[in-house]
Design a protein around this ligand. Sequence first.
Ligand code: FAD
Length: 456
Amino acid sequence: LIKQLRAIVGDAHVLVDADLRAPYETDWTRRFHGPASCVVRPASTDEVAAVVRACAAAGAPMVVQGGNTGLVGGGVPGGGEVLVSLTRLTRLEPVDDVAAQVTAGAGVTLEKLHQHARAAGLDFGVDLAARSAATVGGLVATNAGGIRVLRYGSMRAQVTGLEAVLADGTIVSRLTGLAKDNTGYDLTHLLTGSEGTLAIITRVRLRLVPLLPARAVALVALADTDAALALLATARDGLPTLSAAEVFYADGLRLVREHAGLPAPFSEPYPVYVVLECAARTDPTDALLETLAASDAVVDATVASDATGRTRLWTFRETHTEAISAAGVPVKLDVCVPLRALPSLVRDLPATITAVSPAARPIVFGHLAEGNLHVNVLGAEDVSTEVTDAVLRLVAAHHGSVSSEHGIGRAKVAWLGLSRSPVEIATMRRIKDSLDPAGLLNPGVLLPSGSSGAAR
Ligand SMILES: Cc1cc2nc3c(=O)[nH]c(=O)nc-3n(C[C@H](O)[C@H](O)[C@H](O)COP(=O)(O)OP(=O)(O)OC[C@H]3O[C@@H](n4cnc5c(N)ncnc54)[C@H](O)[C@@H]3O)c2cc1C
């Protein structure tokens, strides 16, 4: 098989030495790692198809990887798979400014996509802190969310078509980007969020949004999560330009400041902080200030409209993932509850976690408008399963989702049943079995390998 793979992509792009494979075999969190039989790096859709055909003929399972910034272990091997890296599929086609769409290779990073769209006077609606490495293919495969879902929706809302290689090497393509198209099953959206289990995405047709040059950011101090929700309601009502509403807490800010050596944003600490961003064609600062003044929930606030000041305020929120990772290997949970249930979840989380692991240190932050919290637990590595179980059961009791944006990957497979019914899981299994009957694509990701059907 390795000989065949070399013939397809060239010797330099089949990595078999342990040292060369290593960066691909451990995920961003360092919690998930496994050996690959080799890493193969195709550079075109045809090469991906040939690689998949060769692996399928040899009965070799594959794991699909983009930028390897996923946080649930979905893009690293479980053990012995051929790792197919898509980072060489970096072709960006010219922006279609009439349709406001662009076609991008699966390996294009989010940052490069932003630069490309902006150079054409448009923008891309999804943004997240891993922008320099996360790829278009990974973002689509995980239906990534990020900091602008409030305004533009998650990846699913941006994808108008895609091209992918099925588990037998067939190329399926729908890249016309039609705004209206009711001609049967929507394969594009079936593959969006499928976490590399149904096909390998090679190219994507993406919707672009207007480039809004005028921005204002507020960092707001509040008494509790109820106050954060009250501020959100006021901001949604009064600010049509609102594009982000993010939340973090006092202990997260402390950790970020220690890690990055940042000064305190206010003269004294507060329990809860919300970052609000407004984006428009004309300066939204006055409207943002008026809204803050009108909200009884605001205890203190600082506003920036220049680029340096905006970045400074965003840094307090965006450095959380990095600061937590520098402090240890966290148990990472990414949950979502109905907004009304958010204060109760935040109140119950610490006791739920310390009941399992008294020395554990939970750090919580997230996307306020979607009720999406990233629950990171430091100091609980030895009891990660127990902590995960306790938190996800608490989330289920609040009628929430056990994964709101990172996906199920390998990390959450055992808890899928807390969010999806047995009938739903059986239906997903039937789709998986029909598209990948030998279970070769990302085995053990999203659905347990070997639980039914031919996918073992
Ligand atoms: C600092 C930081 C901040 C983050 N913030 C956010 C956030 O706000 N919102 C959010 O949603 N996520 C966030 N993430 C998670 C991560 O960036 C996203 O899940 C992203 O979509 C992963 O893209 P990737 O290219 O790195 O994919 P990878 O990590 O390589 O893979 C992720 C999954 O997609 C599959 N996959 C990758 N490429 C393909 C392809 N071409 N075809 C089929 N399957 C594929 C993999 O098999 C795997 O299951 C963050 C991560 C970090 C490190």
